[in-house]
Design a protein around this ligand. Structure first.
Ligand code: NDP
Length: 293
């Protein structure tokens, strides 16, 4: 299948997307507000459309990658009828709310909508490890899956709710910052005793394998929804005592206590709610109910 593809937006990411389609031999039409950015792609065989309207009518699949949703509307709102019958795959970063609004907006113009989130930098586009989430029209994804998969080996459709791609994206970023902050905090603790971060690194990464096992058990407990949270590994009260050790060591080693103090307060809130004998999975109740005390 070498169906024509349109790419709107040739920033760092848009150029990488268009290049991946071209490499696979898809007729690729591009448009960018600043047309000069299309030069390399045109040399590789892309067709530079003089207007966004002409770009959009080149084929069924229209991939959009602009700075914001406002920019997307600036470009696509005036096109109106030209979008009818197309599949809009929007890889512009935004919120789940914007994704849902844009699905309504697209359907009013007769276009099927896919909202995408890219968990990769431009250099990774087209590679086996690049993760791209899509949500929205299942039939549109099915029809264009092979083409969209050219952008990343780990291209995954996550559901009909167009907001889901964004939610997977930000939830994974949260895992990244949670992990990175605790790694850097741990490195500071060991540095305070003269140990290099590179010596700490292999222990930190192999410990993540154990954490993965804990999380596997907790995911099942969270989904069971029976609020039992059996402490198969350790009780929340035991976690709490260990967090107090981390807090204490941070204080005495002259390292910031902000991060452990935050976790300490969070787990304390769960203990106050009577979860002391539960597993760490019981923490889900705090996150699901921000007003709980
Ligand atoms: P760039 O800043 O390199 O490119 C921005 C693009 O948006 C350009 O094509 C620019 O056009 C266009 N644009 C901005 N405002 C307007 C407007 N008002 N009208 C028309 N065109 C406009 O950003 P990236 O390519 O890096 O990022 C694009 C999207 O991809 C963002 O939403 C970003 O969050 C997302 N993304 C990027 C990643 C990355 O690693 N770069 C990773 C994951 C997601 P012009 O060239 O004329 O200025």
């Amino acid at each position: 299948d070498r169906s024509p593809v349109t790419v709107i937006g040739l920033g760092l990411m848009g150029q990488a997307l268009a290049a991946a389609f071209l490499r696979a031999g898809h007729p690729t039409t591009v448009w960018n507000r600043t047309p000069e950015k299309a030069a390399d792609l045109v040399r590789e065989g892309a067709v530079l459309a003089p207007t966004a309207a002409e770009a959009v009518t080149a084929g069924e699949l229209v991939v959009v990658c602009l700075t914001t949703y406002d920019a997307m509307h600036e470009v696509l709102d005036p096109l109106d009828g030209a979008l009818s019958g197309r599949v809009l795959a929007n890889l512009t970063s935004g919120s789940s709310e914007q994704a849902r609004e844009t699905e309504t907006w697209a359907s009013e113009r007769g276009a099927a909508y896919l909202d995408g989130a890219i968990m990769a930098v431009p250099a990774m586009i087209g590679g086996d490890e690049a993760v791209l989430f899509y949500s929205g029209s299942a039939s549109a994804f099915e029809k264009h899956e092979a083409t969209l998969r050219l952008l990343g080996g780990r291209t995954t459709y996550v559901g009909e709710d167009p907001g889901l791609a964004v939610l997977y994206d930000v939830a994974l970023l949260g895992v990244m910052w949670g992990t990175l902050n605790s790694f850097v905090h741990g490195a500071a603790l060991l540095k305070s005793a003269g140990i290099d971060a590179t010596a700490f690194l292999p222990w930190a990464t192999s410990w993540l394998d154990a954490v993965k096992l804990f999380a596997t058990d907790y995911a099942g407990q969270i989904d069971a929804g029976d609020a039992e949270y059996p402490a198969n590994d350790a009780k929340l009260s035991t976690h709490f005592a260990s967090i107090e050790h981390l807090l204490h060591e941070s204080e005495t080693q002259g390292v910031s206590t902000e991060l452990p103090a935050f976790v300490h307060a969070l787990v304390k809130r769960a203990l106050d709610k009577g979860h002391g004998d539960n597993s760490y999975a019981a923490m889900i109740e705090l996150f699901q109910d921000p007003k709980a005390s």
